[in-house]
Design a protein around this ligand. Structure first.
Ligand code: PMP
Length: 352
């Protein structure tokens, strides 16, 4: 692929941003392809500011927009390694299908992710617990108010280097007022609007000193679904419990990976409905000894306590539990190259 000299120059001149608060340090060059109603263009490497999207686009007006979140690592390997890119591509296309958008060929998706990670490889932090966050997105860019699927689409990949991230213990607000997604809705995919719909709850949670909110099922407001950006696990009577998958919340790739690692360590995982009120009683009785959440950004993140909207707090533990510690160490080790990649999850990017 030929990349314009001024783009290569822009990459070379990019300094690692000082403020690397998660998601704020977007780098200026992106990978992009466009769909003209029939087929996909070749990938192009360009400045983000060269990619036009209007407020009059279908994506902005009607929310026809999806994304993925994934990471490239360079902690021990010189060549950046991407975590499960084809699985992210598959989930991306399930999201595209749900939102009535054309699938992005898996090869194009993975090529774009690897290309931008390779171009920015010198800016991928090498400290333990840091990485390059990679954000593929697909959106309808027809300039139109017709309430129909867009004919034209953009596929873009932005990247942001992340700070070393060592998750502390967090409190979580049990969200008993709003629900995030409906049965048969879009909760099971990464549709942009799901995230906007969760902001109000997250702000309520922050006011109460919580990191985020815990979403319950949309019918009875009783069984646990997920956190706003992560899946949920609890250790109850020595077994790992996680909500069984439903179409109202996201099947996380970290969730899936953690379950594989748990089995490898001889820890049984049960996928069952978890009634939040029963769980609170199990915490009080000492049967639930740890809880944690899983997701690309924080990998495995321990939950210290649950809070109710009235401020009542139910503490699980002040210490990170042994199961969360073991699974986090193993998964981060695979991602950073200090543990053997026994399941073939890491993919090197090509370097010329
Ligand atoms: N739930 C939601 C709503 C999410 O946005 C994410 C992050 N993609 C997750 C769960 C965790 O998914 P993953 O492990 O694939 O990052």
């Amino acid at each position: 692929m030929s990349i314009r000299p001024e783009i290569l120059e822009a990459i070379k001149n990019t300094q690692l941003p000082e403020d690397r608060t998660f998601g704020k340090a977007l780098l200026p060059v992106i990978c992009a392809a466009t769909f003209d109603g029939v087929s996909w263009s070749d990938l192009e490497v360009k400045l983000d500011t060269e990619h036009p999207v209007s407020g009059g686009s279908i994506a902005v007006q009607y929310g026809q927009s999806i994304f993925e979140g994934m990471k490239a690592y360079r902690v021990t390997a010189e060549v950046p390694q991407v975590f499960r890119p084809y699985d992210h591509a598959k989930r991306f296309n399930r999201s595209a299908d749900r939102m009535c958008m054309p699938p992005v060929p898996e090869g194009l998706f993975v090529e774009a992710v690897k290309l931008i990670s390779s171009l920015y490889r010198d800016l991928i932090p090498q400290e333990h617990n840091s990485s390059l966050y990679v954000r593929p997105a697909l959106f309808g860019d027809d300039y139109s108010l017709v309430i129909m699927p867009s004919e034209h689409y953009s596929f873009t990949v932005h990247v942001a280097p992340t700070l070393p991230f060592a998750p502390g213990m967090k409190s979580v607000l049990i969200e008993r007022q709003d629900t995030r997604a409906a049965i048969g809705g879009t909760g099971g995919v990464k549709a942009a609007g799901n995230y906007a719909a969760s902001f109000k709850s997250i702000m309520r949670a922050r006011k109460l000193g919580c990191a985020t909110s815990l979403w319950l099922d949309p019918i009875e407001n009783r069984t646990i679904e997920e956190l706003s950006l992560m899946n949920f696990f609890a250790v109850i009577n020595g077994k790992l419990h996680t909500p069984e998958l439903k179409d109202s919340f996201l099947p996380g790739l970290t969730r899936r990976s953690v379950m594989v690692l748990a089995a490898h360590h001889g820890i049984e995982t049960v996928e069952v409905p978890i009634d939040v009120n029963v769980l609170l009683k199990q915490i009080e009785a000492g049967d639930c000894t740890e809880a944690f959440s899983t997701g690309t950004a924080a990998v495995v993140s321990p939950v210290r306590s649950f809070k109710e909207a009235d401020g009542t707090e139910i503490v699980i533990s002040d210490e990170v539990g042994p199961v969360a510690t073991k699974l986090r160490e193993h998964l981060v080790g695979i991602q950073e190259g200090t543990h053997e990649d026994m399941f073939g999850w890491m993919q090197p990017v090509a370097t010329e």
